[in-house]
Design a protein around this ligand. Structure first.
Ligand SMILES: [Zn+2]
Length: 278
């Protein structure tokens, strides 16, 4: 799981959602009525989905597992718990059918004060609650919210841990190859590899590799070749536009903006082509 930046919705959709919410409130709607209203809201759901797809990591990936196609609009706080939030934009996330319908369902653990014990990637930084062990693909909890998120979303199910383990190996290979291309002056090919990397499933793996590269002992985790590749400022600039600029005001976190890695011995290559707009 990586941070997701929630975008604003257009005025027409905002008005439709506000009208739906007002109807539910005026009717004192409970769970059944809210679910019925949601089922009939074809135009609103299409608009919500359109916005969520633009926010999702990779190519429309699930905002929880980061692996499968995001097919469902998930109510972060389930309709059963919060019927009045059925049409509330900040309560909508894009999830795959497994995470939404098989794993999370109506589960919504809270602490004693009533605060959610699930990670909302549009509000929380998942890295504060979860640590991804790159070599095994397993998430370790750092907090109670991390523990409950692993349990409820099934983040350590076998297909996901294997997928992340494999992704770590392929990400490392692509980074090293892209670095070789840059050093050889083949910027176009390097740019193509790096842009493809940004659209792969399991975005959390590259995110964690860049985070880990900042820490003591990074070379033991990532290996000397990957650390050398991540020392190439041109490569980092393609992966994370703006990263090679001098330090300036803090930037908000985003799915395509993993942390800037520490700099091992500097390597530069010819300028790479500008990355595509998302
Ligand atoms: Zn999922």
């Amino acid at each position: 799981m990586i941070p997701v930046v929630r975008i604003g919705i257009d005025d027409e959709l905002a008005a439709r959602l506000a009208a739906r919410t007002a109807q539910l409130t005026a009717a004192g709607a409970g769970t059944a009525a809210a679910r019925a209203a949601w089922r009939s809201a074809r135009v609103e759901k299409a608009g919500i989905r359109d916005h969520l797809v633009r926010m999702a990591p990779g190519v429309q990936r699930c905002m929880y597992c980061g692996d499968s196609l995001g097919t469902d609009i998930d109510h972060f706080e389930p309709i059963r718990e919060f019927p009045g939030g059925t049409f509330t934009w900040p309560n909508h996330l894009l999830a795959c059918s497994f995470c939404n319908s098989n794993a999370k369902r109506d589960l919504f653990p809270r602490d004693a004060a009533g605060s959610p014990l699930l990670i909302d990637p549009t509000r929380d930084d998942p890295a504060e609650h979860l640590r991804l062990v790159l070599r095994t693909g397993v998430y370790r909890p750092l907090t109670r919210k991390g523990t409950e998120s692993i349990r409820v979303f099934g983040l350590n199910r076998a297909d996901l841990t294997r997928g992340r383990e494999v992704a770590f190996a392929t990400r490392a290979a692509v980074l090293c190859k892209a670095d070789d291309f840059l050093v050889a002056g083949r910027a176009e090919e390097a740019g193509r590899y790096l842009r493809a990397l940004a659209e792969e499933p399991h975005a959390s793996v590259l995110h964690e590799m860049l985070r880990a590269s900042l820490l003591p002992g990074a070379v033991e985790v990532l290996g000397p070749d990957v650390m050398a590749a991540l020392g190439n400022r041109t490569l980092i600039e393609v992966l994370r536009p703006g990263a090679a600029q001098p330090p300036g005001p803090a930037q908000p976190p985003g799915p395509a903006q993993p942390p800037e890695p520490a700099q091992p011995p500097e390597r530069t290559g010819p300028a790479a082509p500008a990355p595509r707009a998302p």
